[in-house]
Design a protein around this ligand. Sequence first.
Ligand code: SF4
Ligand code: SF4
Length: 126
Amino acid sequence: MTDAPQRRRGAIALTPSACTSCMICVRECPVWCIELTAEKRHDPTAGPRGRSTLELTEFRIDYGLCMDCGICVDVCPTDALAWVPDTLAPTVAAGDLTLGKQALSDIAVDSGAEGNVAHSASDDVS
Ligand code: SF4
Ligand code: SF4
């Protein structure tokens, strides 16, 4: 079997705890293949005015559309997205090419990418 090309990028992994739901990757993806949903959480006990954060509830990448440009990884301010050398399993069902938060997170955990994030979403204060 032929070795994979050296410039091959692999798969994109997500570390959900580092994602601030800022939507930058969603807006910058040239083919609009990233979707996310988030819910606002407010902790009234944190400081004089409390603290509000966005909690990521779902994150999807449609690899049927993704063209491996890497823009989402480059623009993510918290390194929640990262390239890992994994190869996605082939499939004949188009729906199976969309990976959700859990699957993308599993890729991060399995590859060790989870430990390389810049900071945790819980570090953000608003
Ligand atoms: S690598 Fe894929 S998901 Fe990321 S910005 Fe490019 S097309 Fe979109
Ligand atoms: S993955 Fe990064 S760029 Fe995308 S919403 Fe989360 S923090 Fe923002």
